[in-house]
Design a protein around this ligand. Structure first.
Ligand code: SF4
Length: 275
């Protein structure tokens, strides 16, 4: 696909009717380049579109690509309050290199205070439910607030990253966030291709990648992994039977032990207990 052709879609996404054009767009861009998809999305959604960045290589590739198309591209991050120092250094690098002021979204102070008061600052190691409650307050809820102000968001998800991501489309309807559009321009990229782009374009990188990390998250919940391990193996490494997701891209489920409804009820209980 070398030229952007007009695509017939409604001016404002609608929950039901839009799924048809979103599917059409997903088919249409499946074999397009990431730049072509970003170019189309920037034309259509900017400034009500932003890239989600947490420090990973994929997010940095997207920022570099989008900035080359439109230097005014918006970037946001979820500042959980538990990010490693190196992540803040990267955001400074983004500011210096691209002139992009990353938009920080913070958790609700009172909700964090209640949870920590009740269960301690390192509650995540005690149970999956407490860990998920922490992710919910520090990540999921702030993301909801941010996405309520946007018509589209861009994520660096790739199909090969983890089993929960193998079926993602490049253009999706995000029904968990008001039916806005979610774009995954790197869905079919490999990690080698991501690294190749980074090297070729001298894209700033998170320092922890030089220390054996293969995925970047909160400081207490991410560690380096031996070479050859799956990319997300260092996330919540002590959990052996979860999907290694925080809930912002898909729901967190234990593998085959409990239903979504049961786990959802448990999470609600943990949150109530903390309030
Ligand atoms: S990744 Fe860890 S510290 Fe970060 S929000 Fe989730 S449980 Fe809390």
């Amino acid at each position: 696909m070398s030229e952007r052709e007009p695509i017939h879609e409604p001016a404002v996404p609608l929950i039901d009717e839009e799924s048809a054009w979103v599917h059409e767009a997903a088919d249409r861009f499946e074999h397009a380049t990431a730049q072509e998809l970003l170019g189309w999305a920037l034309d259509r959604f900017h400034p009500r579109m932003a890239i989600s960045a947490a420090g990973g290589l994929d997010g940095m590739v997207l920022i570099d690509m989008a900035w080359r198309i439109n230097p005014g591209v918006r970037v946001f991050t979820l500042d959980t309050g538990r990010l490693p120092r190196e992540t803040y250094s990267l955001f400074e690098d983004i500011r210096e290199r691209y002139g992009i002021q990353v938009e920080f979204e913070f958790p609700d102070r009172l909700e964090v205070a209640r949870l920590v008061q009740q269960h301690g600052p390192n509650l995540m190691y005690r149970s999956v439910d407490l860990r998920v409650a922490c992710c919910e307050i520090r990540k999921v809820e702030p993301l909801k607030r941010k996405l309520a102000t946007l018509d589209a968001w861009v994520a660096g998800l790739r199909r090969e990253q983890w089993r929960t991501r193998k079926n993602i489309a490049k253009v999706e309807l995000d029904r968990n966030h008001g039916g806005i559009v979610k774009l995954n321009p790197l869905a079919d990229w490999t990690l080698d291709r991501v690294r190749g782009y980074i090297d070729e374009h001298d894209v700033p990188c998170h320092e922890l990648f030089d220390k054996g990390f293969t995925s970047i998250g909160c400081e207490p919940c991410t560690r380096a992994v031996p070479s050859g391990e799956p990319e997300r193996a260092g996330r919540w490494w002590w959990e052996l039977d979860t999907d290694k997701e925080c809930g912002i891209h898909c729901s967190v489920q234990l593998l085959g032990t409990k239903s979504d409804g049961e786990r959802e009820a448990e999470r609600a209980g943990v949150r109530e207990e903390a309030s």
